[in-house]
Design a protein around this ligand. Structure first.
Ligand SMILES: Cc1cc2nc3c(=O)[nH]c(=O)nc-3n(C[C@H](O)[C@H](O)[C@H](O)COP(=O)(O)O)c2cc1C
Length: 173
């Protein structure tokens, strides 16, 4: 898929077909996360890929808006080092967001939908995902073939974004 087409058509998908992802597709998605740019190329991320249904159901309890994880074909938890320095933490979160978007766009290119789940109950995420002290998980991605495949090609209508002239300033604010 051409890049602009992917960027302009991607949408959050929260309902998934009960069908496992091709192994090659899973690998492509996590490779896309690996390819993301990061501050000083530090790549402060690790990914935990979960596919067991019982595990996904448990993971769906980590956030108030994470219910979609229960029915996903896979979840990719983005794990980052828990820096004590606020500035490092903020850059790490920006990097993690870029890795997440790389993965979602690559999934979309493979006709796989997905969406983020913000982690509210971090101790539960830690228990379920088993990452060590010094790391944390703020974000999990659900991915799967969409329950309604027409979302991949349906016109967006309104895309729910603020108009360009409301958010862009030229030369100065
Ligand atoms: C940092 C971040 C956290 C998000 N957390 C959640 C979440 O917990 N649950 C959820 O269903 N969607 C979550 N989303 C997805 C947003 O709701 C979605 O990207 C936004 O509504 C735009 O959707 P659209 O691309 O379909 O228009 C999150 C997105 C981001 C970037």
């Amino acid at each position: 898929m051409e890049t602009w087409r992917a960027i302009s058509t991607i949408r959050a998908v929260r309902a998934f077909a009960d069908r496992p992802l091709d192994e090659a597709h899973v690998e492509r998605i996590i490779r896309a996360g690996r390819r993301a740019p990061s501050s000083k190329n530090r790549q402060r991320w690790e990914f935990v890929v979960c596919r067991e249904r019982a595990h996904l159901v448990e993971l769906s309890k980590v956030g108030d808006f994470a219910g979609h994880v229960a029915a996903a074909a896979a979840a990719v938890a983005v794990i980052t080092p828990d820096a004590d320095n606020r500035s490092a933490r903020e850059w790490t979160m920006l990097d993690a967001g870029q890795a997440a978007q790389n993965m979602l766009l690559t999934a979309w290119d493979l006709e796989i939908g997905g969406v983020h789940a913000a982690v509210y109950d971090e101790p539960l995420a830690r228990r379920l995902l088993g990452y060590p002290a010094g790391y944390r998980c703020d974000l999990i991605l659900s991915v799967g073939y969409p329950a309604d495949p027409t979302v991949l090609t349906a016109p967006l209508g309104t895309d729910g974004r603020r108009p360009l002239d409301e958010l862009v300033h030229w030369e100065r604010w």
